[in-house]
Structure formats: C-alpha cells, structure tokens
Design a protein around this ligand. Structure first.
Ligand code: SF4
Ligand code: SF4
Length: 152
C-alpha cells in the first residue's frame, strides 16, 4: 500500500489546483497574480535579482540583460501612472510585464495555460506569495497558513 501524502504534498496540491483552476475563487481562472490587468498590482520588489538572472542563464543557456527582465522605478512609475503600487520606489525592481493590446500585462514567463513556465527557478517573491484567497483555502483545508508555500 502506498504512503498517504504528507502535509506538504497536500499543500502543494491545493496551491497547484487553486492557482491553475480556481484562482481567487473563480472557476477556470488562473495565475491572476502573474498579470497586472486593471488592478493596482505590481510584481515586485524582486529580492533576488542577481541570483534570478543567473538561474535564467543556466536554465535557458543564454545571458539575460537586467532591463530585459526587470523594470526599475525610473521607467515603471511612468508605465502605469494611475497605479499607486507602481509609484512606490520600494516596490522595485519589479518583474517586467508584456504590454499587450488586451491589457492583461502578463509576466513574460507566464505560459499559455496561465501556468508559470519557470517554476523551479522563479523569483523568491513568486515562491513566497499567497494571496488572501489562497491563504483562506489552505487554512480551511489544512487548518494552517503559516508554513512555507510551494509550487504554483
Ligand atoms: S496566489 Fe492567488 S491570485 Fe495568485 S495564482 Fe494563486 S489563487 Fe491566483
Ligand atoms: S515568474 Fe512565474 S510565478 Fe512569477 S510572476 Fe512570472 S509567471 Fe508568475
């Protein structure tokens, strides 16, 4: 007989399912925190920019320029002048987003199915982040939202 899943494995499954199938409690929704859309939201500050660039290089086998991956305050505060989060220098460097005509503004590493395509090497902030909805789902299911998060 196989071992029952550990609490960490259950937690990973809850996160995986919620983020990819029921993001923010909306059936079929996925990866909202990896996009800006019409919300006041920024993907930053990235706390491990140098290490993240190194991980990208070894993962993709090519160099990534800093400004290819990140946006600094000087550029970012002009990109979204109506969003308060983009006006706060403490939120930088932020992850660059694609300025698409649909105004979804996704992280460039978000895949077509709205899943992170660099799961194993994503920035620390992405690994650590749990939105309120996800915290509540974890808390209701496992009775605990304090332990380290895992894969989206
Ligand atoms: S953390 Fe929250 S907002 Fe982000 S993908 Fe998961 S459910 Fe959606
Ligand atoms: S690196 Fe991955 S988890 Fe982080 S914002 Fe981009 S797609 Fe989302």
């Amino acid at each position: 007989m196989s071992e029952p899943p550990s609490e960490q494995e259950l937690r990973d499954q809850i996160i995986h399912y919620t983020c990819l199938k029921n993001c923010y409690g909306k059936k079929g929704n996925a990866g909202a925190c990896c996009t800006i859309q019409d919300r006041d939201w920024i993907i930053g500050p990235i706390t491990d920019p140098k290490d993240f660039l190194k991980r990208l290089r070894s993962h993709f086998g090519r160099e990534f320029r800093y400004d290819e991956v990140f946006i600094d305050y000087k550029e970012g505060h002009k990109l979204f002048p109506d969003k308060a989060t983009w006006q706060n220098p403490k939120h930088y460097p932020a992850l660059r987003v694609l300025l698409d005509p649909e105004a979804v503004y996704p992280c460039p590493f978000l895949g077509e199915q709205r899943q992170c395509t660099i799961q194993e090497i994503k920035p620390k902030i992405c690994s650590d982040y749990l939105c309120d909805h996800l915290k509540s789902v974890i808390s209701q299911t496992l009775g605990d939202d304090k332990k380290a998060p895992s894969a989206k």
